[in-house]
Design a protein around this ligand. Structure first.
Ligand code: MN
Length: 320
């Protein structure tokens, strides 16, 4: 039997215009309210929500595709955060699993604006998030939002449903800082970070000071922190020169199935990160960003020719 061919789409963050343009560019057409392709399926990498102003339209589009079998998806950290944001903390009923702090409210505000006073739709969407698996391990490819580590995935198995979706119990455990579930889920969907030494901090794209940097965890050789930090080029020279041994990295061997990730706010022309690793998040919710897909036809070695994208609509920049 031939392998199913997939179009894997990166983080959308409420940018429905670009999503629909990308689907149409790849030959998907609407039938019965659902985008479909005669021979291909989409796989979404999660992070449908937050930031952009068309989050309901994004969710309506992807929910229809998933329900009618023309797409699959994994969960992103923004869906996980939303589930925790809207779930009361069982240990403290006056609070939420994700506290409604100013920062957390700000990050989620565009979503709240669209679902304000519509608890029926909100519940429908939260129930949909519970149907999104943490990862997909398919015939010939793997999909996860931020990082793949077989032992972490295995250690969560007892807490996941048989289709690798989250239970409410796991949502609660994974919202408790310091727990094994918290660390593991955080690494898988928020990425592996390297803690900076000696109180060094830097400001991220949103202007928040950070004490740890996201890393290219998939590297298999010794390197410097400057070479694996994401984004690159913001560390001072001394910090950038810190040596990282291959064994300190999670690594992803070249013999493993191709792995597709979102999450990392890549910039520039889309290219594979390794022969068998590609990230499809190119920050479509930020000025200058794009919505990126990879058209996979069963190959083990990924090619830069198979990326396809839509540039962010310039008019969004005037509305923000
Ligand atoms: Mn993300």
């Amino acid at each position: 039997m031939t392998k199913q061919h997939y179009d894997i789409i990166g983080d959308i963050h409420g940018q429905a215009t670009e999503l629909i343009q990308l689907l149409e560019k790849m030959g998907y057409r609407q039938h019965n309210g659902c985008y479909q392709h005669p021979s291909r399926k989409v796989i979404f990498l999660g992070d449908f929500i937050d930031r952009g102003k068309q989050q309901r339209l994004v969710l309506e589009t992807v929910m229809a595709m998933i329900q009618q079998g023309s797409a699959l998806s994994v969960i992103g950290n923004h869906e996980f955060n939303a589930m925790a944001f809207h779930t009361p903390n069982p240990d403290n009923p006056d609070d939420w699993l994700r506290p409604h702090s100013m920062g957390n409210n700000q990050q989620h505000q565009a979503f709240l604006d669209e679902y304000n006073d519509d608890s029926e739709e909100l519940n429908k969407v939260l129930n949909f998030f519970y149907t999104l698996p943490l990862f997909l391990d398919l015939d010939g490819l793997r999909i996860i939002h931020a990082s793949w580590e077989p032992n972490w995935v295995q250690s969560l198995k007892p807490d996941l449903n048989s289709d690798n979706t989250l239970t409410k119990e796991l949502l609660i455990k994974a919202s408790t800082k310091g727990s094994h579930a918290y660390k593991t889920v955080e690494s898988l969907i928020k990425g592996v970070e390297y803690k900076l030494p000696n109180g060094i901090t830097f400001d991220d794209k949103d202007g928040h000071p950070r004490k740890a940097v996201r890393t290219q965890w998939w590297r298999n050789t010794d390197c410097t922190l400057g070479e694996i930090a994401i984004p690159a080029n913001f560390l001072d020279q001394q910090t950038a020169n810190i040596t990282i041994k291959a064994e300190e990295l999670v690594g992803y061997l070249s013999t493993e199935k191709p792995l597709f990730l979102g999450h990392y706010w890549m910039v520039g022309e889309p290219v594979p990160l390794a022969d068998n690793v590609a990230c499809l998040d190119y920050s479509v919710a930020k000025p200058g960003g794009k919505l990126v897909a990879y058209r996979w036809d069963g190959e083990q070695k990924l090619s830069k020719d198979k990326f396809i994208w839509i540039e962010r609509e310039a008019h969004h920049d005037n509305n923000q």
